[in-house]
Write a protein that binds this ligand. Structure first.
Ligand SMILES: [Zn+2]
Length: 73
C-alpha cells in the first residue's frame, strides 16, 4: 500500500513529441545506405567481391573485421 500526501500532486507524464515518418524517412534511408556501405567494406570487401584492387583496403579494415567477428582467414 502506498501513501500519497494530499498536498503533493502526482507528476503528470510529459507530452512526448511525435516525429512523422515522412520527415525522417530520407535520413533513415541515408543512414541505412551508409551502414550498407560500411558493412560492405568491413565485412565483404575481399577476394572475389573486391571492388578495389590490391590488399590496401582490406588491411585498413582488417582489425575492425576481426573485432566484429567477420570471417577473414
Ligand atoms: Zn584477418
Amino acid at each position: 500500500m502506498t501513501y500519497a500526501h494530499p498536498a503533493v500532486a502526482a507528476p503528470s507524464a510529459p507530452a512526448l513529441p511525435t516525429i512523422p515518418v515522412k520527415e525522417i524517412a530520407p535520413f533513415l534511408m541515408f543512414g541505412g545506405l551508409l551502414i550498407v556501405i560500411a558493412f560492405y567494406f568491413i565485412g565483404v570487401e575481399q577476394g572475389a567481391f573486391s571492388l578495389v584492387g590490391g590488399t590496401y583496403l582490406h588491411e585498413f579494415v582488417h582489425d575492425g573485421r576481426h573485432l566484429l567477428g567477420f570471417p577473414c582467414h
